[in-house]
Design a binder for this molecule. Structure first.
Ligand SMILES: Nc1ncnc2c1ncn2[C@@H]1O[C@H](COP(=O)(O)OP(=O)(O)OP(=O)(O)O)[C@@H](O)[C@H]1O
Ligand SMILES: [Mg+2]
Length: 174
């Protein structure tokens, strides 16, 4: 990870449907201009693409974003500017990411959402917002989202969670 920031857990939210995860992403989009990076982690099928689709919808994409499973990087030209959707699952290392132009996608000049971000952690800026998505035992339609990042950049996202996705269990500092 480039640069130095102290990462804090900013908030934890449990969504009870894919639609709520999508809605959380839509609301989060308001915080991504001009160039926030959202780094998503979590197991297969957790909901990374669902959250990414919500973010891209919030950024102005009118059709559902196709998962960049094979293209690795999808670039969208939207009314407010360019944004990127990246899926690092099939990447063969950080070198391969840079070979396909990944450095521009995560330069911070434009919003970008990255699935399997832990696979390219060292390519991402230190002020990225990390969101880990996990299954909730016994509740197949629920997911726990834990957001962390530098509070000086992302400290206000707790408010957003309250407004957009229902109860937010704030840890710090929201
Ligand atoms: N609360 C929830 N939030 C998100 N998705 C949910 C939720 N409950 C159920 N789902 C379902 O879980 C699935 C999530 O799929 P999605 O493709 O978003 O996961 P993913 O993490 O991107 O998977 P992959 O690791 O294969 O890329 C969808 O079928 C979605 O409908
Ligand atoms: Mg996915």
């Amino acid at each position: 990870m480039k640069g130095r920031f102290r990462l804090s857990v900013l908030c934890t939210v449990t969504t009870d449907s894919a639609q709520k995860t999508f809605a959380f992403g839509q609301a989060l989009a308001a915080f991504l201009r001009p160039g926030g990076i959202v780094a998503l982690t979590g197991p297969l099928g957790a909901g990374k693409t669902t959250l990414a689709q919500g973010i891209l919808s919030g950024l102005g994409l009118e059709r559902p974003a196709a998962s960049p499973t094979f293209t690795i990087i999808n670039r969208y030209r939207l009314p407010h500017g360019v944004c990127y959707h990246i899926d690092a699952y099939r990447l063969d290392g950080i070198g391969a990411f840079f070979d396909i132009g990944g450095d521009e996608a995560v330069s911070g000049q434009a919003p970008a959402v990255v699935e399997w971000a832990d696979r390219i952690r060292d390519a991402l800026p230190a002020d990225a917002l990390w969101i880990d998505i996990q299954y909730v035992p016994g509740r197949p339609e629920a997911r726990q989202l834990v957001a962390s990042g530098p509070a000086e950049r992302w400290g206000r996202i707790g408010e957003l969670v309250l407004a957009a996705a229902g109860p937010c269990q704030a840890v710090a500092p929201c």
